[in-house]
Unconditional design. Structure first.
Length: 256
């Protein structure tokens, strides 16, 4: 038995550390001991799979998707199925916590000037899945691609007020705005439109089927219209995350 993707957000919250093992055990008590949420697991079983309060990731989850991710493109307007295929792999400068508050992601802090431009101060020592350190050059490249994504990506209106991104130093970037736009941190945190990839990613990799991010999971295998297989990123910058060792998103029809 496997649950379908209407509950995938629960799994993402677990993988991102927004739920502790204690939170999950409370959830299992509030529901029933046999409430299945994914891959045939009960909430209490998934809490035991979680290594949030332990030293290392553990366990394997296979999650059923109703619709297959059509590709793994990092930039451009995206469908729900597309988002599901890559959300575990990429990080953004700003993220959100279990209470929906903005929290530092790949940027440790940020501020705005009187003109509404944003300056982001990056975490140091963050590694991409290919082993390269993330720097401002990667962030500039990613933000430029997010604003004007290559085909088949489509530009999104949420980023229309970005005039350009400039490198201040190796760990500081400035996002210049054409007008004051207080929604940018929220767009970064929730929209899924501004993942950070290595500079020249589109030249060095096939963005349709390959993914190199800084997120809690590394891509192992992608088969279009079938499966996305990921494993825990042992060098992830977030403490206690990821809690799952292997995660598979498998497309299943209603008949299956």
């Amino acid at each position: 038995m496997a649950e379908h993707d209407n509950d995938l957000g629960f799994l993402l919250d677990l993988a991102r550390g927004r739920f502790s093992r204690r939170d999950m055990l409370k959830a299992s008590g509030a529901l029933t001991a046999g409430a299945a949420i994914g891959g045939g697991l009960t909430i209490s079983q998934l809490a035991n799979v979680s290594a949030q309060d332990a030293a290392a990731p553990a366990g394997e989850i296979i999650w059923a998707l109703d619709a297959p991710p059509p590709n793994l493109l990092p930039f451009g307007a995206i469908s729900l199925a597309h988002w599901q295929g890559r959300e575990f792999i990429y990080d953004t400068l700003v993220m959100w916590d279990k209470d929906l508050n903005f929290v530092p992601g790949l940027a440790e802090s940020w501020e705005t000037d009187e003109a509404g431009n944003y300056t982001f101060h990056l975490r140091q020592g963050v590694e991409f899945h290919n082993g390269n350190e993330m720097t401002s050059a990667d962030v500039k490249y990613s933000m430029d691609m997010a604003v004007t994504p290559p085909e088949p990506g489509v530009a999104v209106s949420y980023l229309a007020n970005i005039a350009g991104t400039e490198v201040v130093d190796d760990y500081t970037v400035r996002v210049n705005m054409s007008k004051v736009d207080p929604t940018l941190p929220g767009t970064m945190a929730w929209g899924g439109y501004t993942p950070i990839v290595p500079a020249n990613f589109y030249d060095d990799y096939n963005p349709l089927s390959e993914a190199i991010g800084t997120g809690p999971f590394k891509l192992v295998e992608y088969i279009q219209d079938d499966v996305v297989v990921m494993e825990a990123n042992p060098d992830f910058w977030g403490e206690g995350v990821p809690c799952i060792q292997k995660l598979t998103l498998k497309t299943l029809t209603e008949e299956q």
